[in-house]
Design a protein around this ligand. Structure first.
Ligand code: SAH
Length: 290
């Protein structure tokens, strides 16, 4: 099977689901909460979407807060229905990697709760809930929902983790992750994108998300070690700083490669890394910092 469109393409490769997350052009197969301002360049933002009726537990201490006004004001029935259809589609037609592995219900729940249309200003509800990537400016895209779900699932989250994301983009993947983890640190190299995402996430109340404008190749040493690291842009090879900042037993999920990319999951075991290749993908390249 093939596919794609700025987000994903899937192909069955020897029983594994291979995907292509393309970020722009159509391509082929492919509560916690720290309130307040975080140290260094980060800014704490919150978790309020989760605190509403629409909220999801995030970690053991995540308050299911409440933003009824936010939800009612920004979640028209058409959006709710479109999101439900999208999640059902992901649930039925896509399978997480791994033999016989079923979806982590928390991942699907997160996908159900995050209002993607709020991360895509200017896009219609119908467009916002299509399973495709979508341009967010600066040559970047919001990831395809299926790719977001698959990568989130691949992180094997329990809810207690401190997570680093490279490539904040619109903040959508960060919003989904924030509902499933204790704390999320996310780095964006394109300042206007990062600032916008920071503001958006703050307005939505994602208090356990910390956004930094900077170069993901360097990671965020002040908050290391991380239990999980996710890259939503593809480096040619895994940046050594990120490996150093991964906690023992931790997991990195990342697209790696140039023209040909694989989605890879590394687990830090003992002194080394165990590598699993999950499938072929296509992401936007990770840009080297200055
Ligand atoms: N996760 C995003 C989509 C990411 S697109 C979402 O949910 O919307 C990839 C993002 O990675 C882009 O915003 C791009 O600017 C960013 N990026 C590329 N190279 C980077 C680097 N070295 N450090 C941090 N961010 C980087």
């Amino acid at each position: 099977m093939s596919v794609v469109a700025n987000g994903i393409g899937r192909c069955e490769l020897g029983g594994w689901l291979a995907l292509v997350a393309l970020l722009l052009l159509p391509v082929a197969c492919n509560p916690t909460t720290s309130a307040g301002t975080s140290p260094d360049n980060g800014v704490s933002i919150g978790q309020q979407e989760a605190a509403t009726g629409a909220g999801v537990s995030v970690g053991s201490s995540s308050p299911e807060g409440s933003t009824a006004a936010d939800v009612s004001g920004n979640d028209p029935p058409a959006a709710r229905e479109a999101r439900e259809r999208l999640v059902r589609q992901i649930e039925i037609f896509d399978k997480p990697w791994g033999k016989g592995e079923g979806w982590d219900p928390r991942v699907l729940d997160g996908m159900r709760k995050v209002r993607r249309h709020l991360f895509m200003p200017g896009a219609s509800i119908a467009t916002s809930y299509r399973d495709t990537p979508y341009p967010i400016g600066y040559g970047q895209t919001i990831s395809q929902p299926t790719v977001v779900a698959l990568m989130t699932h691949a992180l094997k989250l329990k809810g207690t983790e401190t997570v680093l994301e490279i490539g904040t983009g619109s903040g959508y993947q960060a919003a989904v992750l924030s509902r499933l983890v204790k704390a999320l640190y996310t780095i964006e190299i394109v300042a206007p994108l990062g600032e916008k995402a920071k503001q958006r996430l703050a307005e939505l109340g994602y208090r356990n998300v910390h956004v930094r404008i900077g170069d993901g190749y360097q990671g965020w040493p002040e908050h290391a070690p991380f239990d999980r690291i996710i890259l939503t842009a593809a480096p040619p090879a895994m940046p050594p700083a990120l490996v150093r900042q991964l906690a023992p037993g931790g997991i990195i999920v990342a697209p790696v490669g140039d023209a040909l990319q694989n989605l890879v999951r590394w687990t830090k075991v003992g002194g080394g890394l165990e590598k699993e290749t999950l499938g072929a993908v296509r992401f936007v390249p990770m840009v080297p910092g200055e």
